[in-house]
Design a protein around this ligand. Structure first.
Ligand SMILES: [Cu+2]
Length: 132
C-alpha cells in the first residue's frame, strides 16, 4: 500500500522532494493573452525575456489571462510535452520543474504559429559537489 501511495504523488511534488531543504527554486513568469492579445512570454521576475538558463529546478508561475489562449511548455530536445494549460481556462498555475539541458518551446495550443517562444537550458555551471 505504501508503494502505491508514493506512485500516486503528483509529479511536481515528487520533483520538489529532490530539492535541498529550504532551497527556493528560481521563479520564471509565464504570461499569455493579456486583454485577449495574441501574446505569450516567459520572463524572469524583472521582466527580462528568458532565452538561456542553467539546468536546475525552477518554479514557473503561469498567468493565463484569456479564454482564447493557453500556455503549454515542452522540450524540443526530448520531444515531450511538459505541461499544457486549458485554452478556455484562465487563472494562475504554478509548476515546479527540473529542467535538463536542451531546447524548450512554449506556445499557445490554439495559435502555435503566431504565439510561441523558445529558450535554451544549458548544462549546470559546475558539477562540483560541495560538502559540509
Ligand atoms: Cu492562442
Amino acid at each position: 500500500m505504501r508503494k502505491s501511495l508514493l506512485a500516486a504523488l503528483p509529479f511536481a511534488a515528487a520533483l520538489a522532494l529532490a530539492l535541498p531543504a529550504g532551497a527556493q527554486p528560481p521563479v520564471l513568469i509565464g504570461k499569455v493573452g493579456l486583454h485577449n492579445a495574441f501574446r505569450i512570454s516567459l520572463t524572469f521576475p524583472n521582466g527580462q525575456l528568458v532565452r538561456s538558463i542553467p539546468a536546475g529546478t525552477y518554479t514557473i508561475v503561469v498567468h493565463d489571462y484569456s479564454r482564447l489562449h493557453n500556455f503549454a511548455l515542452g522540450s524540443a530536445t526530448a520531444n515531450v510535452r511538459i505541461f499544457t494549460g486549458s485554452v478556455p481556462g484562465i487563472g494562475t498555475r504554478t509548476y515546479t520543474l527540473a529542467l535538463s539541458p536542451g531546447t524548450y518551446v512554449y506556445a499557445c495550443s490554439a495559435h502555435p504559429s503566431v504565439m510561441h517562444g523558445t529558450f535554451v537550458v544549458t548544462p549546470p555551471p559546475s558539477t562540483t559537489t560541495t560538502t559540509g
